[in-house]
Design a protein around this ligand. Sequence first.
Ligand code: MSP
Length: 679
Amino acid sequence: MKRATGPSASQTTTLANPPTFWFQHRTCVHPEPNTSPTMSKFYVTTPIYYVNGAPHIGHAYTTILADAMARYHRTRGDDVYFLTGTDEHGLKIQRAAEQQGISPEQMVDENSAKFRELFEKLELTHDRFIRTTEDDHRRTVEEMVQRMTDAGDIYLDKYEGWYSASDEAYYSEDEIEDGVAIASGSPVEWVEEESYFFRLSKYEDRLLQWYESNPDSVAPQARKNEVVSFVESGLKDLSISRTTFSWGIPMPDDPEHVLYVWVDALTNYITAVGAFEDQQRFDRYWPADIHLIGKDILRFHAVYWPAFLMSAELPLPQQVYAHGWWTVEGEKMSKSKGNFIDAFELADEYDLDVLRYFMMREMPLGKDGNFSKARLVERNNAELADNVGNLVNRTLSMTGGFVDGEVPSMPAELTEEADVELRNHCIETVQAVDNAMKDRQPHRALERITALAGETNNYIQTVQPWALKEKPNRQGETLYCALEAIRYVAVLLSPFVPDAAARIMDAMNLGDELRTLDSLQSWGGLEAGTNVRKPDVLFEKLDPPSEQEEDEQQEEQEQTEEADEDEEGANLISFDQFMEVQMRVGEIVEANDVEDADKLLHLFVDVGEDEPRSVVAGIATTFDPDELVGRRVTMVTNLQPAKLFGIESQAMLLAAQREDGTYALAEYPDDVAPGTSVS
Ligand code: MSP
């Protein structure tokens, strides 16, 4: 066995620099009696969900994500408040109830209960499940409107324009096409009625200032750019009341008007922490550290909500984070396509830990993701069962077999290179996970944790405890190191796969203090002499989607391929025809989002001419604008220009689309100059 070449390690190693994030949290101003004054707080919210239908995968996803963040911060020892709930007022709900022939009250009671039941089934750890029909919420909304009125920000006028009940959103003329909102595809209707307005226009400059001086206020960056350009393009005052239906909170002092459902809904975030009623609680938790939302409701959260708060003279949230959307087996989820994933069915079909792991590992926060059964099975089998499960199983079996199931003594000093490396990996992983959570990238956190499990498996392979019977001390040391590394893996995994992590920690007989992130600051916390045992199987291996399903998929694919081949046969082109296509190397010199077009980016590409060309490319689901600048790609330069979303596209970018829908670019190294011909 090789000796460590680095500086010898002390018996208990402490992080030289504990993750900076640990100290960056807002210190509570008004501590409650049983919490320490210096304890950090973390307030996380999900959107509150419309109760016009059954919960689906999108609802499950955001709430699971928020749950993992809440659990992570609890493991850090923070004072956490996690809020979710249901959005129960408005035209959309009133109409859904009418269609079902029941009262709105009955519908919201029944459907809200389904969400509550779902979240119990998913074992989520929210501190409150709020309903906008609750009394304290109504009072808070009334006070909020009063404050906005006192600020001189509410006036009576007449609204004339488009409204989508399905999105509960007003749209301007240029945001609709053929009777539907371009962004969402939802039908719009013409509305003309007396309405109270909120002076949104007054907050244009302050909003821009807020985005600018708070880099993390809206994330990810590409979404923030969208918001900034929307506000820069000029804000109109917002209609905040309706008179043509009644299901909502009446406008204080004018009950003929019902308050716009978004004013009502957004206010839930402050109701839950005691706004206007429990100052101490409010000061403790508000502002929220993160409002987790889907990308479709960004404008409400990143423009309207901060403006309402400014008007009411309340602090603004630390961050509004918009996540992407799930497609299902590569297609947009919709009832008509028959690929709608009901959240209860999801919870019945998969082990909760596996579902959580898959969702958070598969979809980088902010990007769209694809829910594919085959992919879930792959990740479960390779990353959980074969990696984490196998590690725990083999190490605890060896501990049972070789040292009577007792944690051996820790090496007096870490001198073996393999031991030192393993310890360093553990400590580095704690930091890396903290950084990933700070950057709101749980998929990266999970990647690092499973990598640590992999490294620990490699460690065992290298040190071979089974071959050390003649050297019982060394055998004990190797088992100690592997067990301690498993403790790191389990504690770090616990916010994400809580049940499996708890089963590992229970099997290792860990006391509460050894289950905290704090306890991972020092290597060597695991106590010698502790009795440990092998847990039951942690992650069952799953069969890939059934043969029948695969056959069906294959048949479909074959049919498409056959059709393609037929077409190809008929459409063979001559060499001369091919030579007519002019392709050149282009360097992307600027990249921006295209407003209201989630899939498009507006690029400026240098193809060796005096001016870069303007190009619209459908690759926004894979690339952030920032990561494209400077890349040398393949451009078709003699296509007729086309106009997309009002932008002229003067060339075409070539990219390959992977099976999961993401794109890879055909690229060149830096020594291939822009303008070089490609043939
Ligand atoms: N009631 C409003 C939110 C008010 S918050 C003050 C609402 N409700 S919703 O039930 O329609 O949507 C809730 C969330 O589900 C949104 O964040 C939306 O982005 C998300 N999703 C809907 N379909 C989705 C996917 N296919 N994938 C991921 N999330 C998706 O909007």
